[in-house]
Design a protein around this ligand. Sequence first.
Ligand SMILES: [Zn+2]
Length: 208
Amino acid sequence: MDAGSVVEARFHDNRPFLQTSEHHTSTAEHLGTHGFRAPECEGYNQWSQDPRTDLYSAAKVLWAMVTNDPGFTREEVVFNQLSLVFWLKDAPMTWHFQRIFEKSIRHSLSDRYRNADEAIKDALFVREAIVGRFPPLEMLATEICPICGTGTLGQFSDKNDEALCEQFLENLSLRKRQGALVCSYCYHVSIRNQALLEKRLERRKQMR
Ligand SMILES: [Zn+2]
């Protein structure tokens, strides 16, 4: 999936995409397709539309393309029951798209990408992550080794691992040594702040 070209796609009833700064006065009129339109396109609201309105819709199109499911209304569901982490459980590479949704399918305009350049830059990062098969954050938070994908991460035990990694451990402070995890299969050693990682993932679920 070329996320970058999805972001550049055209949408919204043939109106120019991401190029206009024109503002519409919203009365009873609804603009755009139900399930894809941003909150500022609903009738009777005080917000103006700008390129961020299109980025919102483009991201919902992206969600629909990736899942092959119809679009949806509102925003918070994409961080919960419609999160790709749940919706496409068996396709973890798609979970990287959540990074794009975090900055586009948001109720408040100020929580979204400011413009198309910002969105495309992020889309390119996401594409690299998918093509390079880098593990998404949710996978890093598990006990599966992000390097070999086979072993499980665990604390150093005094028995086998410590002997095998003796050289490495000598150069680590006791504190780091206690927080270090070693893979049971490839012996890759990693140190991460599990509490902060989980906090970040938790914050993602609160988005709206
Ligand atoms: Zn491993």
